[in-house]
Design a protein around this ligand. Structure first.
Ligand code: C5P
Length: 294
């Protein structure tokens, strides 16, 4: 097969996540701070006639239309009347159903790649609108970097990335269903009314964040739902705090937990406190999708 560009799809973490209210369409309005991090899946796209097919080095992942990558490609084909097909290679590094938006990142990379391959000339706004049809986190994965997100998470505003920060991600071997978390009776949206777009609480958090005070800014409302389901997550958070993190918390609907550290060395050292769990040491990235020629 001839060479084709490699696309890297970066994972995200939520440095802050508050649930404001349940909407009429069943989704929830959120206020969140997203951060892309340097843990990535790798994708390549090979033109072929008519069909969308994929292969993946992770046996547990479906390769049919239930896979977000295949759905993304089919969405682009039907929406823009593309006759060509594509064969997609996916190499997974981001844990699945882990609160890291791995599937959404892969879908975002697919939209970016097919926009190029099929010469559709869609701009970022158009890609984001398409992406939201695939999942709430796809718009952020297209935008990447450090962003404040509101509504379902698709209304994105740039923020300064915290400086001199490394993250230790701890990946417990659990699968958490985002849907189950958002429909749990334990979930208590704040109901706070935003003014000029954002709540008073979020304005306060944004000030802490922009001042570099991550310990004061970090919070995840979904911990109240997920920790009672999986008490070991609360203990991982405590162990991250004891291991010297500036702050620790859960990403998205979990189960990935993360700690914030001032240097790579400190994050690596803290990882030794989790000999029995997969961990990754990552830094912030400026983009959600990247590509290069091999
Ligand atoms: O959009 P996505 O498919 O990732 O969402 C998965 C599930 O998470 C939805 O079915 C919904 O129950 C819940 N969700 C929500 N509000 C959001 C994002 C997700 O209620 N903003």
């Amino acid at each position: 097969m001839r060479s084709s560009p490699v696309f890297l799809a970066y994972a995200k973490i939520n440095l802050y996540l508050e649930v404001i209210k349940k909407r009429r369409d069943g989704y929830h309005n959120l206020e969140t701070i997203f951060q892309s991090v340097s843990l990535s899946d790798r994708l390549q796209f090979f033109p072929q006639p008519e069909k969308v097919t994929m292969e993946c080095d992770n046996e547990t992942l479906a390769r049919d239309a239930s896979n977000l990558v295949v759905r993304a490609a089919q969405l682009v084909r039907t929406r823009f009347g593309v006759a060509q097909g594509v064969h997609i290679h996916l190499s997974k590094q981001i844990p699945i159903a882990a609160g890291l938006a791995g599937g959404s990142a892969d879908a975002a990379a697919t939209l970016v790649a097919l926009n190029q391959l099929w010469n559709l000339k869609l701009n970022l706004c158009q890609l984001i609108t398409l992406g939201l049809e695939l999942g709430s986190d796809v718009p952020f994965c297209l935008a990447g970097g450090t962003k404040a997100g509101r509504l379902r998470g698709q209304d994105l505003y740039p923020m300064h990335a915290p400086v001199a920060v490394w993250y230790l991600l701890v990946h417990p071997n659990l699968h958490v269903s985002t849907r189950e978390v958002f429909t749990s009776p334990l979930l208590r949206p704040t109901g706070e009314t935003p003014f000029a777009g954002w709540t008073r609480s979020f304005r306060r958090v944004r000030r802490h964040f922009e001042n570099g005070d991550l310990a004061a800014a970090m919070f995840n409302r979904l911990e109240e739902v997920v920790f009672p389901m999986h008490p070991e997550l609360a203990s991982i958070k405590q162990r991250l705090q004891q291991a010297g993190s500036i702050a620790a918390g859960m990403s998205g609907s979990g189960p990935t937990m993360f700690g914030v550290f001032r240097s790579r060395d400190e994050a690596v050292k803290a990882g030794q406190a989790f000999p029995d769990i997969r961990t990754s040491v990552v830094c912030p990235t400026l983009v959600g999708v990247n590509s290069f020629e091999e």
